[in-house]
Design a binder for this molecule. Structure first.
Ligand code: ADP
Ligand code: ASP
Ligand code: MG
Length: 411
């Protein structure tokens, strides 16, 4: 008898009918004799709706209160799923994050899980019940409700699987696995049978929203067997694995990730003296703005241009700080651009192959797409381009790296 944690995302519990379908699926697993813990998200669109409500009161709602509110989305779905299970004869019980005691730090809206008290869940499982736990939420030491960041139910699922030493954590969603790139953008994207934790972590942090980054981190750290599957279609899904060898025989690039969430800022004509980068980025980081890519140009006339990207939500804040810095340093000007996108190719195969980056640049050049910034690591190359070329770039790279599904096999 196995213990399985199954997480169902927003679209999978998006209506009462779907919740009943999920219940029927859980029942089938239960009938095989497995112990099941189910984690659910809020109904699709619900978290956005709640955030919009808060924004009608204040552009920047108090984070503690926002968490009290957005956590209600998951409280509804756990109760509905428990009811649906009981209705079809499966003993079930629902728990909120604070009832389980998913203890987090106090960083409202982006809290980190510190500890999970699994005793109550174990007791319920022993009593033969399916335990339905609210995703995305926890509680801090003082009893405040916290949430784990958008997409955080994935992390709840994996963290519970780790705490319960589950045999597998299954992430059920609206696609049948992890694809070479978002199948909604590239019709010829292919499902991967396996992807390494390292690659999945890069894909997630570079913008592939199929799994939350922290969920992948957690699964890697605690060796939780993790699989992404379709909620309502049969199939093997994608296994996230530690095993790199087999992937090495696969194409050099495993996937292409992209992200429209960043904005670019440039400060021009900065006196080129030691400490420039610190003088610029020190105040940016003091304003709690995280910087992603950075480029400093070669000095010309003893001045330099300095460009970096930040999350689009932080753009206005960063622009204001940068304008202050420019005045203090006597820089020529500050310019910003929100119409950019980042495209990244990811693959452990890059370690053993040369010329991957130039192949990427060639493919983009062929489409006349200008590269504004570049950054590389051992297993990824990222470029910043104009946002309007994003889809074209992703498709061109997908073809250039031979990731396209054979004719007739795409979604
Ligand atoms: P859920 O609500 O189940 O958590 P998400 O919307 O968070 O679902 O994640 C699933 C979505 O991720 C898919 O519908 C797909 O459009 C998107 N996605 C982005 N990149 C990929 C990828 N490489 N493989 C599969 N899906 C991807
Ligand atoms: N409901 C939350 C969100 O929309 C958490 C999740 O779905 O994973 O971000
Ligand atoms: Mg998700």
């Amino acid at each position: 008898m196995a213990l399985i944690v199954q997480k169902f995302g927003g679209t999978s519990v998006g209506s009462v009918e779907r919740i009943e379908q999920v219940a029927a699926k859980v029942k089938k697993f239960r009938e095989k004799g497995d112990d099941i813990v189910v984690v659910v998200s809020a109904m699709s669109g619900e978290t956005n709706r709640l955030i919009d409500l808060a924004k009608q009161i204040s552009e920047q709602p108090v984070a503690r209160e926002l968490d009290v509110m957005v956590s209600t989305g998951e409280q509804v779905t756990i109760a509905l799923l428990a009811m649906a299970l009981i209705k079809i004869g499966v003993p079930a019980v629902s728990y909120t994050g604070s009832q389980v005691r998913i203890l987090t730090d106090s960083a409202h809206t982006k809290a980190r899980i510190l500890q999970i008290d699994s005793q109550q869940i174990q007791k319920e499982l022993k009593a033969g019940r399916v335990v339905v736990v609210a995703g995305f939420q926890g509680v801090d030491e003082s009893g405040n409700i916290t949430t784990l960041g958008r997409g955080g139910s994935d992390t709840t699922g994996v963290a519970l699987a780790a705490a319960l030493k589950a045999d597998e954590c299954q992430i059920y969603t609206d696609v049948d696995g992890v694809y070479t790139t978002d199948p909604r953008v590239v019709a010829k994207a292919q499902r991967l049978d396996k992807i390494t934790f390292e690659e999945m972590l890069e894909m997630a942090s570079l913008g592939s929203k199929v799994l939350q980054i922290r969920a992948v981190e957690f699964a890697g750290k605690y060796s939780v067997p993790l699989r992404v599957l379709h909620s309502f279609q049969e199939g093997p899904g994608t296994l996230i694995t530690l095993d790199e060898e087999e992937s090495m025989e696969q194409p050099i690039i495993s996937g292409i990730a992209f992200n429209r969430d960043e904005a670019k800022l440039t400060i021009r004509g900065v006196p080129d003296t030691p400490g420039v980068a610190f003088k610029i980025l020190g105040p940016i980081s003091a304003a709690n703005v995280e910087v992603d890519m950075i480029v400093q140009n070669v000095s010309h006339d003893n001045t330099t241009d300095f460009t970096f990207t930040v999350h689009r939500n932080d753009y206005h804040n960063a622009l204001q700080v940068l304008e202050g810095i420019a005045r203090d340093m006597g820089a020529r000007e500050v310019v910003g651009d929100t119409e950019i996108a980042k495209v990244s190719i990811v693959g452990v195969g890059m370690r053993s192959h040369a010329g991957v980056a130039s192949r990427m640049f060639e493919a983009l050049a062929k489409e006349n797409i200008n590269i504004q910034m570049i950054s590389t690591s051992e297993i990824k190359v990222s470029v910043v381009i104009e946002e309007k070329y994003l889809e074209l770039a992703v498709r061109a790279l997908h073809t250039a790296f031979e990731l396209d599904a054979p004719a007739g096999k795409g979604e």
